[in-house]
Write a protein that binds this ligand. Structure first.
Ligand code: HEM
Length: 512
């Protein structure tokens, strides 16, 4: 072959990439958005922070740093804007459509949480809504209180045995048993088998560690999962991918068991979510095994991991800040007095301000979903005027289709909203002042807008009962410090340092 052809063949791709870079920098509709040039040119910038820099999961922290330098609006990837301004949060999350979220790595494409199309999302969400309402959660009270009683029994056993208790395992078991009873009519009895809860919690943690890689390299990872399993069997796969496949396989078994259980033998006495979906008027293509497998995988994962994490964080600070526990005990004692000595009802716990404030603060520092929850409007043009930074008062036009988001990390550590943001301070949620109302408006732990968390009422009820049980025990932390709970990695949800063993405590005894 002639030399010039070789040269053309070698340089053509480079010229093509150069043209794309020039377009993105100077002619793209978002070309005027401030920020460094590299993320405006290539999404490899975010890949680096998400997957590789300091072990990956570092993009939220980097975005916060970029905002400090460039102001409230930047381009985290070429096709997107990231706006760190509490005043603009509602404008972003009021938007109807959304881009496929950053949880693509969870391999649950057919679940409600990953559904991009507005009408299909509505169909799926409407089918689930009735089982997640505040009233439906009240009907679950017998399950919830029996699991909270089991949690208390575990604390009593550890007070007697003097063995340190891994509270993170106990909360994982508590949330998982509730979620599985609610979903499938029966649970796996993890509260009676804490070593198994420990194993499953660690497995889920390593599965989540693989989410950034699976999100950025979705197709190769899926291909790897398929081909290596066929060629060499599952042990050859990377641990996180293996865990993901195992998690999905368990969800499939659960769904197949529900579909096969025509006589409702395993259903339990109450309503069970997947039995209800099976018998619902959803069209047949929405009730296939693979569709329901995705739904079950997401629900079990989200419904176990997120409340367990918030409880873990709350328990750590309750044990390290005695004043917090003292105030909570005072509030609970008063509620019991009002109930004339009988057990305080779930309804009355749900309105206790200090208990609610502890949950809010633990949710804030759990950060809910830490990935970029993008929204866009296919028709609407938005404008945004920078409220601080080097381009203050400059107005930017965001054309239809512009993907926008604010990561929870930036809002929940915003010093103007939450002074001294890493301090656990339930007081910041008390009262009705304008500041408190603004904080509540900017709370993103459960997401915002029409895609916000379905499980809020269930999670709140379960967390109120668990923390009430916890407050009845005198305990101290065992070989645990703040680094065991503090946000370090964004793996779609926040994770602390890799070698955290969770929150462990020595239980001295039950109060009263
Ligand atoms: C403290 C506990 C929880 C936290 C912090 C939390 C957080 C979140 C967040 C931030 C989202 C929005 C994600 C997005 O916009 O892409 C979400 C969605 C969702 N959550 Fe939760 N969650 C919690 C508990 C639960 C529970 C207990 C369940 C189920 C039983 C659940 C089921 C869901 C579902 C199904 C969605 C998708 C909703 C949709 O896209 O329409 N969550 N959650």
């Amino acid at each position: 072959m002639d030399y010039p052809y070789l040269l053309v063949a070698a340089t053509a791709p480079l010229c093509w990439l150069g043209c794309i870079a020039l377009y993105r920098l100077f002619f793209h509709p978002l070309a005027k958005i401030p920020g460094p040039w590299l993320p405006a040119v290539t999404s490899l910038y975010s890949t680096y922070y998400d997957c590789f820099y300091q072990g990956g999961g570092q993009y939220p922290q980097k975005l916060k740093q970029l905002h400090a330098e460039h102001g409230p609006i930047i381009r985290p990837v070429p096709s997107e804007v990231h706006i760190s301004d509490p005043e603009f949060l509602d404008a972003i999350y009021a938007m109807r459509d959304r881009n496929s979220c950053s949880a693509g790595g969870l391999m649950v494409d057919q679940s409600v949480g990953l559904t991009e199309d507005y009408a299909l999302h509505r169909l799926r969400r409407d089918a689930l809504n009735p089982y997640f309402s505040a009233k439906a959660v009240m009907d679950l009270q017998p399950i919830l209180t029996s699991k909270a009683d089991m949690l208390a029994a575990i604390l009593s056993q550890h007070a007697e045995s003097k063995e340190p208790l891994n509270l993170s395992d106990a909360f994982f078991a508590f949330s998982n048993d509730i979620l599985r009873s609610f979903s499938f009519g029966s649970d796996n009895g993890l509260l009676s088998e804490l070593p198994e809860a420990h194993r499953q919690r660690e497995d889920l943690a390593s599965l989540l560690m693989g989410v950034p890689l699976q999100s950025h390299f979705k197709t190769p990872m899926r291909f790897l999962g398929g081909s290596m399993t066929l060629l060499q069997g599952e042990p050859a796969l990377p641990a996180a991918l293996r865990e993901m496949l195992a998690f999905r396989a368990r969800a499939r078994q659960d769904i197949e068991a529900v579909l096969a259980d025509k006589a409702n033998d395993r259903k339990g006495s109450g309503r069970s979510l997947f039995y209800e979906l099976r018998d619902s008027s959803l069209p047949p293509h929405e009730k296939t095994v693979s569709r329901l497998q995705d739904e079950a995988t997401l629900l079990v994962m989200a419904g176990t991991e997120s409340p367990a994490k918030t409880l873990t964080i709350a328990s750590f600070y309750m044990l390290s800040l005695p004043e917090v526990t003292r105030k909570l005990r005072g509030e609970l004692a008063e509620a019991r007095k009002q109930a004339s000595g009988s057990k305080t009802s779930l309804n009355s716990l749900l309105v206790l301000p200090y208990l609610g404030a502890i949950i809010h603060e633990a949710n804030r520092l759990s950060f809910g979903v830490t990935g970029r929850m993008r929204r866009y409007s296919p028709t609407q043009t938005l404008t945004y005027t920078a409220s601080y930074g080097p381009y203050k008062d400059t107005t930017y036009t965001l054309p239809p289709g512009t993907q926008m988001n604010t990561v929870t990390y930036c809002t929940h550590t915003n010093e103007a909203l939450f002074p001294d943001p890493w301090r656990f301070d339930p007081e910041r949620w008390l009262g009705q002042s304008e500041e408190v109302n603004t904080r509540k408006r900017c709370m993103m732990a459960f997401g915002k807008g029409h895609r916000k968390c379905l499980g809020i009422s269930l999670a709140n009820a379960a967390m109120c009962l668990a923390l009430t049980a916890l407050a009845m025990y005198d305990m101290e932390l065992f070989e645990t410090d703040e680094s065991d709970v503090k946000f370090k990695y964004d793996n779609q949800i926040s994770q602390p340092k890799r070698d955290s063993k969770g929150v462990r405590a020595s239980v001295r005894g039950r109060l009263e």
